[in-house]
Write a protein that binds this ligand. Structure first.
Ligand code: GLU
Length: 554
């Protein structure tokens, strides 16, 4: 076809388009951002519920844009309407909000580069396709599914590359008359790229994360517009990232194999292309087979976004975890920098893992514990209150009734270089601090104590009634309990005891242990004297009596 014929064909196929390319180029001008500002996008398809891998990629988009003073936008890639699920869109926006991964613009956020829903951009894609047809870079292809299946079979038998290219692309050179005839017969068609590539030639590109990569040139006549006139992912990606002025396409590395096609499309369309940063998937060691595999929503409960909310893992802790898998040097930095948070860290593509990142629950737990340890008792109390309001109303009420005490308990051993690390999720608070609320303690009683020691109740009562002074400082208290120990046949220190075990009943630590078990129902707890101070003598005595009863039942 000559230029005139191609113009005629373009008009025939797209008679109703209101605008031309220039119109859209002007409508979406360059963004006015400072040098080095990154424009990133999260482009989910509403085809399933959001999982950890999606959050990871959206998190990367967010931090790179944020730290560079750029923009992060949300574009819904709903070109595959057949696979769309009900509620898919709401799921995406609500999970992003719930996880505090907030785009600066995009679907449901607004902005100057919309619409951000690909299904509302069909005219734009068609306008660019129309132009490609005029230039002889795209053509209508009328092959039926059966014809394509036959070609595939032949290619499989001959062990040649699968697809429509070279002499298999039979509609590439149809004359205008032939096309018209087929159109008159109402034959269905797609629009294919007329690929100028030669697979014997190589192209090279540098991925921000994976570094230099080489590929054979793309030589397939890939579908750009489907039969219903909507674009394929590949075509929509190139048009949108051009018009929305994306500087960095951060996406899962399952798209690496599409790079040659995407580069070719950018070139043919005359666009400068964004940088690519292909991120490795989050993997997991399969419990059954031991093999490393991708996360599976079916097998791994924590792969689904909902899990974190329900378990009460703070969003910030999940962000910390995502940060550690974003950059290999983040975790050490965070653990060594008490006062800092994610926003103080500068992420770099160089420190991004190239291979798969294995999900590490222990690491997530440790980061969450560190997160909690840096919060004041009041902050932990308030956050736990919000969680329990949704997931444990009964405990929520108890927390409200015992506010002052709870804040004090949660505040024990905060501050200093090594703050206490006991809770990893909001749901742990009830468990870990069951002794903090009388009614819970009564219910729980000594269930958590699994030792077999029998402690001297009378000695404990004697101590609390006659020696314990809750108004003094910790060191004074410790000296006094040591004196009490010595006066009652116990050594004042484990060291003393070890020298002459036969002359003592035990040492001061044993007395503390007895008190701890009687008062908290467990043999490990935060600082005993702090707990006793909050409880006050009356409640301490009540618990020791409770312990007497419990001991009788053993
Ligand atoms: N819609 C694509 C997906 O859900 C996004 C790929 C991309 O970010 O370019 O996998």
């Amino acid at each position: 076809m000559n230029a005139e014929e191609r113009d005629e064909l373009a008009e025939l196929l797209f008679p109703d388009l209101k605008h031309d390319r220039d119109y859209y180029e002007k409508m979406y001008p360059e963004r006015n951002l400072k040098d080095g500002a990154m424009v990133t996008r999260y482009g989910p398809s509403p085809t399933g519920s959001v999982h950890l891998g999606n959050l990871f990629s959206a998190f990367c988009d967010m931090v790179y844009a944020r730290q560079s003073g750029g923009k992060f936008f949300l574009r819904i890639e709903d070109t595959d309407q057949k696979r769309a699920i009900e509620g898919g869109l709401e799921n995406i926006t609500s999970v992003l909000k719930g996880f505090d991964i907030l785009p600066n613009e995009g679907y449901s956020y607004g902005g100057d580069y919309g619409p951000y829903l690909q299904s509302e951009r069909t005219e734009i894609y068609q306008t660019y396709v129309k132009d490609l047809i005029k230039q002889g870079c795209a053509y209508p292809c009328f092959m039926t599914e059966q014809e394509i299946a036959d070609i595939r079979e032949e290619q499989e038998i001959n062990k040649t590359k699968i697809g429509i290219y070279g002499h298999y692309a039979v509609d590439r050179d149809l004359s205008l008359e032939e096309v018209k005839e087929k159109l008159e017969k109402k034959e269905e068609y797609v629009i294919r790229l007329k690929s100028p590539g030669n697979a014997k030639k190589e192209i090279e590109m540098v991925d921000c994360i994976k570094g230099k990569m080489k590929f054979p040139e793309h030589d397939m006549d890939t579908v750009l517009l489907k039969k219903d006139g909507t674009p394929t992912y590949h075509f929509a990606h190139v048009i949108d990232d051009h018009l929305m002025h994306t500087t960095h396409v951060i996406r899962g590395d399952e798209w690496v194999s599409s790079i040659p096609l995407h580069i070719q499309l950018f070139e043919i369309l005359g666009f400068s292309r964004p940088e690519y940063a292909h991120i490795a998937p989050i993997t997991i060691k399969d419990n059954e087979t031991g093999a490393i595999r991708k996360l599976s929503k079916r097998k791994d409960p924590w792969a689904g976004a909902k899990y974190y909310e329900e378990a009460g893992i703070p969003i910030e802790a999940l962000h910390l975890y995502l940060a550690t898998i974003t950059n290999t040097n983040f975790e050490e930095w965070y653990l060594n920098n008490q006062e800092k948070d994610i926003r103080d860290f500068t992420f770099t593509f160089e420190k991004q893992a190239i291979g798969g990142t294995s999900f590490d629950e222990a690491k997530l737990t440790n980061l969450a514990k560190t997160y909690f340890s840096r919060k004041s008792g009041k902050e932990v109390y308030e956050e736990t209150l919000k969680y329990t309001e949704k997931f444990d109303l009964e405990y929520h009420k108890l927390l409200l009734e015992n506010k002052e005490d709870m804040i004090q308990f949660l505040n024990i051993e905060k501050g200093g270089d090594r703050p206490r690390k006991d809770i990893a999720k909001y749901s742990d608070v009830k468990e870990e601090f069951s002794y903090a609320i009388d009614s819970l303690f009564e219910k729980e009683n000594y269930k958590k104590y699994d030792g077999d020691k029998i402690y001297d109740v009378d000695l404990a009562l004697d101590y609390v009634n006659h020696t314990l002074d809750l108004s003094v400082e910790n060191d004074v208290w410790f000296q006094s309990i040591k004196n009490f120990a010595e006066n009652h046949g116990y050594a004042a220190s484990p060291k003393e005891y070890k020298k002459n075990p036969e002359i003592y009943q035990g040492h001061v630590g044993d007395i503390c242990e007895a008190l701890r078990v009687m008062i908290t129902g467990r043999d490990k707890s935060p600082d005993l004297f702090s707990i006793m101070k909050i409880l006050g003598k009356e409640r301490i005595i009540k618990r020791i009596e409770q312990y007497r009863q419990y001991q009788k039942t053993r």
